[in-house]
Design a protein around this ligand. Structure first.
Ligand SMILES: Nc1nc2c(ncn2[C@@H]2O[C@H](COP(=O)(O)OP(=O)(O)OP(=O)(O)O)[C@@H](O)[C@H]2O)c(=O)[nH]1
Length: 939
């Protein structure tokens, strides 16, 4: 402990050894020379001397502690509720940080004593920096109150010192105790803290100067203070003093360090003890003096001692390494105890938090909203949006995206995905339907046949109503669905129109059909649309029941019908086939019951079953927009039960079933399998043939419908827009090879005539396709149709209405109006001509005869020629003829007359010609110059 020489100590302190020797001399300490070893006691004595001689100005010393005290008070006041320490202002302060009772108890127990001691202690600390300053500057000692107080405290502490020292020297455990004791006293004395705090700072800056004893002294006061007011200290005293005296601080550090050993020897420890006693008294009393209290203190100091640790290491050079170790152990203990309540759990939680990414398999339906996608990945929607942004796609949280796009995002975010089929959602939603018990259901029958063969009349007879009488023109204009109850059972009829223009509708009708009733007039036989009906039925795999109608007529010839049908592969059972034939009369009702019987027999064979319970599923037979009721859809329920109030999804439309009507217009509350109903409440008119599905999740229904709408719009916009003027350009660009047209005319006759004329314009190269034709003005639907099909819009003696005009303008469509059919046809012809591929023909414009061949190093082989016919142009292609046979085809490299380059040479003139990439020109050859001319094409 006393291995330090004056020189070394001077180095540590940062002052010349001579000066240090002088100071020793002034202090009355005999030191032989710079190499003489000094004891800790000598150091402390020197310190005491310096304090006496260099005490801070009284004002300073007092002012600073006061400031510190005030700050503490402030803090404590905030924390305190005016509790135990109410007597003294500072008391209320103490509790704040520590929330310990130490200060309170101190205050309570010692009252005035502690108050008095604090001041001196504060002053004692204050002098410390002063001392250091003195060491550096070697200012003359000046008596101050502070110094005096320091002396007092020193004296007061002396008696205890021996005890502390004894502990330090004898046991390693005691070493920590003492330091702890010091801190206690110092911490209680708020004023010391600043000095202590400074010390570590300076030490860290100038580690070498730190004496071994410093840490203990500094730590104690600081640590305790820190507990109370960590922020206060630094702010209070150090700035002014410490900064100015960094080197001096080291000196300060040295002094306390000296104290220790010395205190070990005596002074410092003894000082502190009496003071700490009051502050820590409670603890000290409870525990035996030595270990327990010291540990606690050490614990409290722990946080600050980190700085001290480095110091301690340095101090170990001076033989105090033991203390550091003990100090550390002390720190740990208290930390464990305190943080266990607050800090420790939080830290553990933070570090223990699992950070491994969770890879999830996300099931992607045809459509999904960003919010749902985020939910499936268990991430925030904003994360998904960010991902899309990185991918260059702007999306919103409610935006519905398609499967593929969602899959990209899922992959990007490190998850896996599983794609579901388009209808998976619907299937999932109706999954319950399949599990339900299936029951026999009525057959759905479509009546097909040629025009006027009596389809409607037959159905009318069956229904006992007169539907045919109410139809415009006596022709069924749209599909009707009728639910008919008979004695033999229930049969649902789809009355398809017999007009050729509605072939497509018939086809749709066949799809929803279990049985086709093929009506053939016995007096007319098999007609074109009869054959067409057979094809549709076969294509749909639907069995047929033949109804040979009009049997009441005199000209009825059922055998002829059977014969003609057998030629088509429809052979009656009577003739060994498998097709049921019935002979009926819609007029008299003959054979109708038999027809129904056979229909039901056929249905039995088919074993038609469907679940009755569960969500409904069906198909749209037709739909229209009713002025009073809004969108009206005729829906054939195919499975489950559709109820009023159900949320349904159909194609791009969705809605809640506001009302359901049966075929007679009566409101019903539910409809089971094979029952056709009119449904009100959809968001729009779905297309005939669209599937209808009842969905419990309204949000999902809307989501799917909106997505389908968006998808349809997208497909729509992808298609190019065409008009007559622009169609040629599009053709050249390879975008079209068919001229599509939407035609509206004033009368049906005109429309048919124009359609016929235009269709005949089709050639092998360009076809004309009438996408749609009709009677009446051009409306919005026509414009949309023209746009989606890339058709030109033609109006014959009709005009577009305002809505259509506006839409056409927006879409870049230009309606073409005509009142003379030939002008219309000519325009379309011109458009078609523009779509024809251009044709070219060659035309010889000049001929030259080679009269000689010259070789020039600059121009190569040059043929000296005489233009014998036409004109030779340098830019035109040429052919070389030898004996009237083409031996080369290419271009001219040069054309010169005399020494001048020329662009052309006319007949009768000499010229020199160089042929590009050809040198085998010979005398007598001919060079033929030609050009390619585009030939105007016609249809
Ligand atoms: N004598 C006789 N006339 C019939 C019979 N069935 C239908 N008709 C007549 O045939 C004509 C056409 O009957 P519709 O029922 O309209 O024939 P449709 O096949 O429905 O005709 P579209 O609706 O145009 O396809 C009507 O004048 C009926 O009166 C029948 O069994 N006997």
């Amino acid at each position: 402990m006393t291995d330090v020489t004056v020189k070394q100590f001077a180095t540590v302190v940062g002052i010349p050894a001579d000066r240090l020797l002088e100071q020793f001399a002034e202090a009355g300490i005999t030191v032989a020379g710079a190499d003489t070893a000094i004891t800790e006691k000598q150091k402390l004595d020197l310190l005491a001397h310096l304090r006496k001689s260099h005490g801070n100005p009284p004002t300073q010393g007092v002012a600073e502690p006061k400031k510190i005290t005030l700050k503490r008070k402030t803090h404590s006041e905030i924390r305190m509720t005016g509790g135990a320490a109410g007597q003294v202002k500072t008391v209320s302060v103490e509790v704040r940080k520590k929330r310990t009772y130490v200060k309170r108890s101190l205050v309570e127990d010692e009252t005035a004593q502690t108050a008095l001691r604090r001041e001196p202690e504060i002053q004692v600390e204050a002098p410390v920096p002063v001392v250091s300053a003195a060491v550096e500057i070697s200012e003359p000692p000046r008596p101050t109150e502070v110094a005096n107080e320091a002396v007092r405290t020193a004296e007061a502490t002396h008696p205890q010192a021996p005890v502390a020292e004894a502990h330090l020297q004898t046991e390693s455990e005691t070493a920590p105790r003492e330091p702890d004791a010091l801190p206690r006293t110092q911490t209680e004395e708020g004023t010391r803290q600043p000095t202590v705090a400074e010390a570590p700072r300076h030490r860290s800056e100038n580690p070498v100067r730190r004496p071994p004893s410093d840490p203990g002294v500094r730590r104690r006061p600081e640590s305790t203070d820190d507990r109370r007011k960590p922020t206060d200290r630094p702010a209070v005293s150090r700035p002014s003093e410490a900064r100015a005296r960094k080197p001096a601080d080291s000196g300060v550090a040295a002094t306390p360090g000296q104290r220790r050993p010395a205190a070990g020897g005596a002074a410092p420890d003894t000082r502190t003890r009496p003071q700490p006693a009051p502050t820590v008294d409670a603890k000290a009393r409870k525990r035996p003096e030595g270990s327990a209290p010291s540990k606690r203190r050490g614990e409290t100091e722990a946080p600050r001692r980190r700085e001290g640790e480095s110091e301690a290491d340095r101090l170990s050079r001076h033989g105090r390494g033991d203390q550091t170790g003990s100090d550390r152990s002390d720190r740990r203990r208290p930390r464990k105890a305190k943080p266990a309540k607050v800090a420790a759990p939080a830290q553990r939680h933070g570090f223990a938090k699992p950070t491994a990414p969770m890879v999830r398999e996300v099931t992607l339906t045809e459509t999904i909203s960003i919010a749902d996608l985020a939910q499936k990945m268990s991430v925030k929607a904003t994360e998904v949006i960010k991902t899309f942004l990185k991918m260059g796609l702007m999306v919103t949280i409610n935006q519905v995206i398609d499967q593929e796009t969602a899959a990209l995002a899922v992959e990007e975010m490190g998850h896996t995905y599983k794609l579901l089929r388009d209808n998976a959602l619907e299937e999932d939603l109706t999954a319950g339907t399949g599990s339900n018990e299936t029951l026999p259901r009525p057959p759905v029958v479509t009546i097909m046949g040629h025009v006027d063969h009596g389809k409607t009349s037959l159905l009318d007879y069956i229904r006992r109503t007169r539907v045919a009488a109410g139809e415009a023109g006596g022709i069924t204009q749209h599909i009707g669905a009728y639910h008919v109850g008979t004695e033999k059972g229930v049969v649902t009829f789809l009355d398809t129109p017999g007009h050729a223009a509605f072939t497509a509708m018939r086809a749709r009708g066949a799809k929803a059909t279990d049985v086709v009733v093929l009506v053939v007039a016995a007096d007319d036989g098999v007609m074109p649309q009869t054959l067409e009906a057979i094809q549709h039925a076969r294509a749909a795999g639907v069995p047929m029941v033949v109804a040979v109608n009009k049997m009441d007529k005199s000209g009825a010839d059922p055998d002829r019908v059977k014969s003609e049908l057998s030629a088509q592969g429809v052979i009656s059972e009577e003739w060994g086939g498998d097709t049921l034939f019935t002979y009926v009369s819609a007029k008299t009702g003959m054979g109708v019951d038999e027809l129904l019987d056979k229909i039901l027999v056929q249905a039995e064979v088919l074993e038609l079953n469907a679940p009755v319970d569960g969500p409904a599923k069906g198909v749209v037979i037709e739909s229209r927009l009713d002025k009073g009721r809004g969108p009206v859809a005729t829906v054939l329920v195919q499975s489950g039960t559709l109820r009023k109030g159900d949320m349904i999804l159909s194609g791009r439309e969705y809605g809640r079933v506001r009302a359901m009507l049966n075929e007679t217009g009566q409101g019903i509350s539910e409809a089971g399998p094979s029952i056709p109903v009119e449904v009100l409440g959809l968001s729009g008119t779905p297309k005939a043939g669209d599937e209808v599905i009842a969905i419990t999740d309204e949000r999902k229904a809307r989501e799917i419908a909106l997505f389908r709408q968006g998808k349809a719009r997208e497909e729509q916009t992808r298609k190019p827009v065409m008009d007559i003027e622009g169609i040629s350009k599009q053709f050249e660009a390879g975008l079209v090879n068919t001229l599509n047209a939407v035609l509206k005319a004033d009368v049906q006759g005109s429309a048919e005539a124009i359609v016929d004329a235009l269709t005949r314009l089709s050639t092998a190269e360009v076809q004309v396709k009438i996408v749609a034709s009709g009677v009446g003005g051009i409306n919005e639907s026509d414009v949309n149709l023209a746009k989606t099909s890339g058709a030109i819009l033609i109006g014959f003696n009709v005009r577009a209405d305002n809505v259509a005009k506006k839409l056409a303008d927006e879409e870049g469509l230009k309606p073409h109006y005509y009142s003379i059919i030939y002008e219309l046809i000519d325009d379309v012809k011109r458009a078609m001509v523009g779509m024809l591929k251009p044709e070219f023909k060659e035309q010889i414009i000049g001929l030259a005869e080679v009269r000689g061949v010259f070789r020039s190093p600059k121009f190569g082989v040059v043929a000296g020629c005489m233009v014998v016919d036409g004109v030779v142009r340098r830019s035109n292609p040429i052919r070389v003829l030898r004996n009237h046979v083409v031996i080369f085809e290419g271009a001219l490299d040069s054309l010169r007359r005399f020494k001048d380059d020329v662009s052309e040479v006319r007949a009768g003139m000499d010229c020199g010609m160089g042929v590009k990439n050809y040198n085998d020109i010979r005398e007598g050859d001919h060079i033929e110059v030609f050009e390619r001319v585009q030939v105007e094409r016609t249809l």
